[in-house]
Design a protein around this ligand. Structure first.
Ligand code: ADP
Ligand code: MG
Length: 287
């Protein structure tokens, strides 16, 4: 089986890996003992490409995403392995070796790497306008005065398809539809042009009709910015639509990985086949 590193090398002619996750182990201490939510996971995300992390609920996808941003909170901890970002802007960063108060961590979070979180309610503050929240992200990572940040935020709102963006700047999250709110979250995540976007189930909470639009938006912005995407999902439909490579996770381990075309055509593992069988189109063919 080709590794993602090999795949990227074949495609780019050189090993253009942006993110390297090597034997990552992330544990939680519980009353029943230590649970390895991520139990030795290795994969790479090539520059400019999309890797999907797919698996059923509880397989360790979100914890992998949190680990990359060093957002795992006690009783959880990264217990082993290494995560490295080969940043075009800041050079090689050994994320797992950074101290909790290292200034690089703050440049990493929301600057070099941004994340769209799975829980839609935690992504936006209910007490600040959506425009102010996009500005906060700009002011944190770029040297701008307030009026320049506001102009940049409005331009970004237009770019993610918010009609009457200048007027909606002052709206609060509850005044927008779910689809519009997710567009704001995407604007916040991409306004600082990260090198990697981690999108954790970015469309799961949305109506089916809106899902395709939001995925299309992420793809269009990815192309424009040139960033890589780690797409976390339980849905092989999303994988097929979005990803170049796929990493299939089960119980904190990788059961299969490779180019999406190869895995879709010839899944090696029964678990992967079961995930594929959950696709409506496949179900249709099977009957
Ligand atoms: N805060 C926590 N405390 C204890 N265990 C946790 C915690 N968060 C996650 N886990 C464990 O990690 C596993 C994987 O969680 P998660 O990465 O959120 O799964 P996924 O995103 O694939 O649905 C869970 O099944 C659970 O056993
Ligand atoms: Mg999750």
């Amino acid at each position: 089986m080709a590794t993602l590193q090999n795949t990227a090398a074949q495609n780019a002619g050189t090993s253009e890996i942006l993110l390297e996750v090597d034997s990552l182990r992330t544990e939680f201490a519980t009353d029943d003992g230590v649970v390895a939510a991520v139990a030795g996971v290795s994969f790479g995300v090539p520059r400019g490409r999309t890797v999907a992390l797919v698996g059923e609920s509880g397989s360790g996808k979100s914890v992998t995403g949190y680990s990359i941003l060093r957002l795992v909170q006690p009783p959880g901890r990264i217990a082993g392995g290494r995560i490295r970002l080969h940043s075009a802007r800041l050079g090689e960063i050994d994320i797992t070796a950074l101290r909790e108060n290292d200034p690089l961590l703050y440049k990493l979070r929301g600057g070099l790497v941004s994340m769209i979180f799975q829980e839609p309610m935690t992504a936006l503050s209910p007490v600040h306008s959506v425009g102010a929240q996009i500005c906060e992200s700009i002011l944190l990572h770029q040297e701008r005065d307030k009026s320049a940040a506001r102009a940049q935020a409005v331009a970004m709102m237009e770019k993610v398809g918010i009609p009457e963006a200048a007027r909606r700047f002052d709206h609060y999250p509850h005044e927008l539809s779910g689809g519009m709110r997710q567009r704001i979250v995407i604007a916040m995540a991409l306004v600082c042009r990260p090198e990697l976007l981690i999108a954790d189930e970015p469309t799961t909470a949305l109506d089916v009709t809106i899902q395709a639009q939001v995925l299309g938006l992420i793809r269009a912005l990815q192309r424009e910015i040139g960033c890589s995407v780690l797409m976390v999902t339980h849905d092989f439909g999303v994988v097929a639509q979005m990803a170049d490579d796929v990493v299939v996770m089960k119980h904190g381990r990788i059961v299969e990985q490779g180019p999406v075309r190869t895995v879709l055509k010839n899944p090696q593992h029964a678990y992967t086949r079961a995930l594929l069988d959950a696709l409506p189109s496949r179900r249709h063919h099977a009957t």
